[in-house]
Structures are given as structure tokens and as C-alpha cells.
Ligand binder design. Structure first.
Ligand SMILES: *Cc1c(COP(=O)(O)O)cnc(C)c1O
Length: 394
């Protein structure tokens, strides 16, 4: 090991992905080997596969408060978002062509809506306040008699802001408009009941709650008029063709059950570490701004702008110390455009530039927090000393 290789990796990017929990992997493994049967086949080993898929479907349904036949397995959050939005848009064209979403959605929603604009749909991208929260009154005002779908995410992946989903659902239900929510970041962190929250469609993704990548689900309330997304065989009750990702589905079912068993305990533990980290950063580094709502946010999320620094440089220097975080700026693509979420909450570009997101998870410890609090201040000082565009030259 060279001197510059850190002894330990401290992973603080759980909103990007989580490690698949070893217990989840253990549940999945037999479905690669002994229980490899195609759930559509008729002999015994295939029936076992089919039974296992049904069990996973019930595990998901129990968490959301719906029935198993309202759960459809997909290849992840992106596919679920695409299916919910395109599937209802095209199927309900005769009722109207207007869709309402927000400026801070994940690209899986935003780029899908932009695609639909090219197909003749009209899309309203709702603004959010300085904390990233949608105003229900603004939503009501944007509804027209041609609105067929409202899609608002439950919790934001960059700044962790939690939306008033129940209220938005009520508005949609009252106006007879379908309501989809991207709950990818919410599973395991927020209590969800699709009936109580008036949700018609909900997207989730296993790799965000210690399950495997490439597996997700879409809840579709019974009676929703939605087209099939992938055409072929009769899997997923004829709505999503293709031989099931058996190990993935088993992993998703087990992971969602695991992740939602003690949500309040989990949040208490994670938020106390998060607050210790955030308070420590603010105490030791001057001119740091928290992005998003101070309270109405995911328990594991810190998104800060460090004036006089560059997010990507912070990320790389933290990486050299073994700390994994992500940044809101997109310098890597060659453009220096700030994240659409930070723009939507009006973070000035000069400040948005120095943004990093730290998202904690189950494996993080108090020692990890102390380590980051040790290494981050000198990194910021170095970057500020180097920066030509400010007077942090001490
Ligand atoms: C990660 C994420 C997605 C995409 O899910 P994948 O399973 O990676 O395709 C969609 N929406 C949000 C809010 C996410 O955080």
C-alpha cells in the first residue's frame, strides 16, 4: 500500500447507492443456482421460483399498504418512473395532454417529461421555495381541465427535502388526476401508506435500500389506465414482459422488509450522526451553507455549499483521504452548470459551485464522523488558499 492510499474507505454517498447487505446477498444466492427455474415454467423447480416471486411481491405490498397484484417488478427506479409517466400519458391522451411535475425531480422523471413534450404533451415544471418544497397552492393554480398526471417526488435525492405528499395526493384525487411519486429515496426513511397518502403510482429501487442494483418496482393502484411498458410475454400479469430477474426480485423483497422494520429507530440513529457531522462542519469551517430544509429532510442527508471552493475538487481531495461523497456541480461533463436542484432553490452559482452532498448509511460510525471532521477543514483551507476568485487567501 502506498502512503497516499487510505487505510479505510468511509462511504458517505448512500443516496447514490448502498452496498447490498450480506443477508440480502445470502437470500439471493440460491436463486442463481438451485432455484434457477423460470417462474413461467410448469415443473416443480419453476413453481418454487414463482412462489418466491409472489412472496417478494407481498413483501413490497405490505410495506406500501397495498395488495400484491398492485406491485410490478421493473429494472429499477428509472424504468419505474418512465413507465408510470409515459404509460399513463399515452393511455390517457384522449382526456388531456397536460402533465405537472417539479423542477427538482430526478432526471428519470425530468427527461421523460421533456421527451413527452416532443410528443405533443405540455408539461408544467413547478417551482419550489428556497428549501426545495412545493407549494400546494401553486400546484392547484397550475391545474387545467387537460391535466392528466401529477408527478412529485417524495424526497429529493440531492438536498433530501421531503414533500407534502399527502396534501398533493389529496389535491390530485379531488381533481380526478393521476398522482405518481418517485419514492426511491424515501424507502426505509419514511413511513409510507399509499392509500392514506392518495398515491396512484409509486416508484422504488432496491439498490437505494441495501438491495441489489437493476431491480425496482412500480406500485400501480388498481383501476389506473396505464399501458404496458415492455411488450412480449405475459410476465407481471401481462404488463411488463421479460423473464423475471429472479435473484434481484428476491433481494428486493427481502431488502425492503429489512429496511422498513425499524424506521424511527433508524432515523434517530442516523440523524444523530448526521447532526454531529453537520454541527461539526459548521463550527470548524466558516461560510458553509446548508442547502435544503433544516428539518423537513431525509435523516441521512447533508448538502452544503462551501464558499470559495469547488465541489469537484472537494470530492477528489476527500477521495484521496478515503471518503466518498458526491457533488452538485457538473464540471466533469465539461460544462460548469450547477445542479438543477440547487438552481431551483436559488443557490447563487458562485456558491453552488462549492457544493457537496454527504449521505450517511447503516455502516457509518461515530469514528467515521470524527475522521471526516478531521480531514475536511484542512482540505477547505487549501482550496480556499488556491482559489483565485475569492479572498480566502489566508
Ligand atoms: C436513484 C434514483 C432514481 C433512479 O433509480 P435507478 O434504480 O438507479 O434507476 C430515480 N429517482 C431517484 C429520486 C433516485 O434517487
Amino acid at each position: 500500500m502506498t502512503k497516499s492510499t487510505p487505510a479505510k474507505i468511509i462511504y458517505m454517498d448512500h443516496s447514490a447507492t448502498t452496498p447490498t447487505h450480506p443477508d440480502v446477498v445470502k437470500e439471493m444466492l440460491p436463486y442463481f443456482t438451485e432455484h434457477f427455474g423460470n417462474p413461467s415454467s410448469l415443473y416443480r423447480i419453476a413453481r418454487e421460483s414463482k412462489f418466491a416471486v409472489s412472496k417478494a411481491r407481498k413483501q413490497v405490498a405490505d410495506v406500501l399498504g397495498c395488495t400484491p397484484d398492485e406491485i410490478f417488478f421493473t429494472a429499477g427506479g428509472t424504468e419505474s418512473d418512465n413507465w408510470a409517466i409515459k404509460g399513463t400519458a399515452f393511455a390517457n391522451k384522449d382526456r388531456g395532454n397536460h402533465i405537472i411535475t417539479t423542477k427538482i425531480e430526478h432526471h428519470a422523471v425530468l427527461h421523460t417529461c421533456e421527451y413527452l413534450e416532443k410528443e405533443g404533451f405540455e408539461v408544467t415544471y413547478l417551482p419550489v421555495n428556497e428549501y426545495g418544497i412545493v407549494d400546494p397552492d401553486v400546484l392547484i393554480k397550475s391545474i387545467t381541465d387537460r391535466t392528466i398526471l401529477i408527478s412529485v417526488m417524495m424526497a429529493n435525492n440531492e438536498i433530501g427535502t421531503i414533500q407534502p405528499i399527502k396534501e398533493i395526493g389529496e389535491i390530485a384525487r379531488e381533481k380526478n388526476i393521476y398522482f405518481h411519486t418517485d419514492a426511491v429515496q424515501a424507502i426505509g426513511n419514511l413511513e409510507i401508506d399509499v392509500h392514506e397518502m392518495n398515491i396512484d403510482m409509486l416508484s422504488l429501487s432496491a439498490h437505494k435500500f441495501y438491495g441489489p442494483k437493476g431491480t425496482g418496482a412500480l406500485y400501480i393502484r388498481k383501476g389506473i389506465n396505464i399501458g404496458s411498458f415492455i411488450h412480449g410475454g405475459s410476465q407481471e400479469n401481462g404488463h411488463r414482459a421479460g423473464t423475471e430477474n429472479l435473484p434481484g426480485i428476491i433481494g428486493l423483497g427481502y431488502a425492503i422488509e429489512r429496511a422498513t422494520q425499524n424506521i424511527s429507530e433508524h432515523n434517530e440513529k442516523i440523524s444523530s450522526m448526521r447532526d454531529r457531522l453537520l454541527d461539526g462542519i459548521i463550527e470548524t469551517i466558516p461560510d458553509v451553507h446548508l442547502n435544503g430544509h433544516p428539518k423537513q429532510r431525509l435523516s441521512n442527508n447533508i448538502n452544503i455549499s462551501v464558499r470559495g471552493t469547488d465541489g469537484e475538487a472537494l470530492l477528489l481531495m476527500l477521495d484521496m483521504k478515503g471518503v466518498c461523497v458526491s457533488t452538485g456541480s457538473a464540471c466533469s461533463s465539461g460544462e460548469e452548470s450547477a445542479s438543477h436542484v440547487l438552481s431551483a432553490i436559488s443557490v447563487p452559482p458562485a456558491l453552488a459551485r462549492g457544493s457537496v452532498r454527504l449521505t450517511l448509511g447503516n455502516e457509518n460510525t461515530k469514528e467515521d464522523i470524527d475522521y471526516v471532521l478531521d480531514v475536511l477543514p484542512p482540505i477547505v483551507s487549501r482550496l480556499r488558499a488556491l482559489s483565485p476568485v475569492n479572498n480566502y487567501s489566508q
